[in-house]
Design a protein around this ligand. Structure first.
Ligand SMILES: Nc1ncnc2c1ncn2[C@@H]1O[C@H](COP(=O)(O)OP(=O)(O)O)[C@@H](O)[C@H]1O
Ligand SMILES: [Mg+2]
Length: 205
């Protein structure tokens, strides 16, 4: 069980890396333990659309694609315990507001050379934003192809750049792609990811 409230932002200025998929799965996993709000800060509204298609996810999904997100959080949370923010690929003002409002930032990235190279603007944004909240920042390898050495190479490269990479990896699976618009089942790889994040928090406490 999560002892304290969890606030996670899922961030990467590149599109199509698995942000929304990650945010929805984490929010649903947390919602199975305590009331959780998923803030969809992407003007494209994919997380909100997912919630609509699923005829409501176990978390409460709120669309708020604006850069005054931080000051509106108490209202958006409405007393819920946990918060997950899905963010847009552009709109750096919104992304900055999201990372300033959480204790944990997760950067999903596909272990491919171009995607790793395109991480720089996201890392720069994180280092430029005055983060009084000092969140823990982790890279999450997503859409990982089995039986390839991409994830191992990516892990080495990221760790050389001083970026902590989560041990849990999300495999490239049809089930994730086609799970869009459905309530994620229990016991998927994202459950393992939540366990890892909890262990990290306990370790740091
Ligand atoms: N682990 C995965 N395996 C297969 N497809 C995935 C996986 N994660 C995401 N996808 C698919 O990849 C595409 C981009 O994912 P999405 O979560 O929308 O990324 P983002 O929010 O970063 O744009 C979507 O079609 C999604 O269904
Ligand atoms: Mg998205």
């Amino acid at each position: 069980m999560w002892e304290t409230n969890v606030r996670i932002a899922v961030v990467n200025l590149k599109g199509g890396v698995g942000k929304t998929t990650t945010a929805v799965h984490l929010a649903v996993g947390l919602a199975r333990q305590a009331p959780t709000v998923l803030v969809d800060s992407d003007p494209q509204g994919s997380a909100s659309r997912w919630d609509q298609l699923a005829e409501t996810l176990p978390c409460r999904t709120v669309s708020y694609p604006k850069s005054d997100l931080g000051s509106r959080l108490p209202e958006l949370l409405g007393g819920a315990s946990h918060l997950v923010i899905d963010t847009p690929p552009g709109h750096t003002d919104i992304v900055a507001a999201a990372v300033s409002s959480v204790d944990t930032v997760i950067i999903p990235v596909e272990p491919l050379a171009m995607d790793l190279d395109r991480l720089s603007p996201t890392i720069e944004l994180l280092s430029k934003t005055a983060l009084a909240n000092d969140p823990d920042v982790y890279v999450l390898l997503t859409r990982v192809r089995s039986r390839t050495r991409g994830s191992r190479s990516a892990r080495e490269l990221l760790e050389d750049r001083g970026l902590p990479v989560l041990r849990t990896e999300i495999p490239l699976l049809e089930a994730y792609g086609w799970g869009y618009g459905m309530v994620p089942p229990e016991g998927h790889r994202y459950g393992q990811l939540l366990d890892e994040l909890l262990a990290e928090r306990e370790g740091a406490a």
